[in-house]
Design a protein around this ligand. Structure first.
Ligand code: DX5
Ligand code: ZN
Length: 222
């Protein structure tokens, strides 16, 4: 199972996003955090910015929607060309219908769980999704500390994915560093979002390589 490193541009220099995208070209996907100032108390940007950034990005986009009413807004990100669109379970009224809609547009469908959200009700929905995002901080801000208390959810998901034979990516997001990535990899994650640890490094490409090596060494053979 390959390790994927997805830097979050929330921690990038917003005055130079094209250059920042170039500095992370050795990553797998670009993690793009969309916040609406309602689902979370922070605000980023919307579809026109995503569309324009896609035109100058060397890598496809892994869009993370921290927004209310994803039924209304998520399909637009798939139509804009996102490779993957992940919406929050807590915000969705019909996750299965929305995932099917996203897939029908041609995007991978992801579902995200806040730290306090139980994973059990979602295990039986795994065939409907390409990715499950286990938030390892409360969504809303970069630079927070990793919550190891979320790791049991990854274990449950990894077991369910393994026994189903499905290829569902298990993503973690929040507080990922060279140290915490090892904990998440051992718990069963294979797709890692890292904002501050990549963009605050002197050389983001070297930091991506360090994170990848640390995760690879501890990833379970599925
Ligand atoms: C937080 C966002 C994250 C954030 C991670 O709500 O979803 O993607 O950018 O930032 P770090 O890696 O700094 O915790
Ligand atoms: Zn995110």
């Amino acid at each position: 199972m390959p390790t994927r490193i997805n830097p979050s541009i929330l921690a990038a220099d917003f005055a130079n996003l094209e250059r920042e995208l170039g500095r992370i070209a050795s990553a797998d996907l670009v993690h793009v955090d969309i916040m609406d100032n309602h689902f979370v108390p922070n605000l980023t940007f919307g579809p026109p910015v995503v569309e324009r950034l896609l035109q100058v990005s060397p890598l496809p986009f892994d869009v993370h929607l921290m927004i209310e009413d994803p039924e209304r807004w998520a399909p637009g990100y798939a139509e804009a060309g996102a490779f993957s669109v992940t919406f929050h379970a807590e915000a969705s009224t019909d996750p299965v219908a929305l995932a099917r809609r996203l897939r029908s547009i041609g995007a991978r469908a992801g579902i995200a769980l806040k730290p306090g959200t139980d994973v059990e009700p979602y295990l039986e929905l795994l065939p409907e999704f390409d990715q499950v995002l286990v938030m390892t901080v409360e969504p809303g801000f970069g630079g927070q500390s990793f919550m190891a208390s979320t790791m049991p959810k990854l274990g449950r998901l990894a077991d369910a994915v393994r026994s189903s034979g499905l290829d569902v990516w298990l993503q973690v997001d929040g507080g990922i560093t060279e140290e915490t990535i090892v904990i998440a990899a051992e718990a069963g994650a294979n797709t890692f979002v890292a904002g501050s640890s990549v963009f605050n490094a002197a050389d983001p490409a070297e930091q991506i390589a360090r994170l990848r090596a640390a995760a690879d060494e501890h990833t379970h053979a599925h």
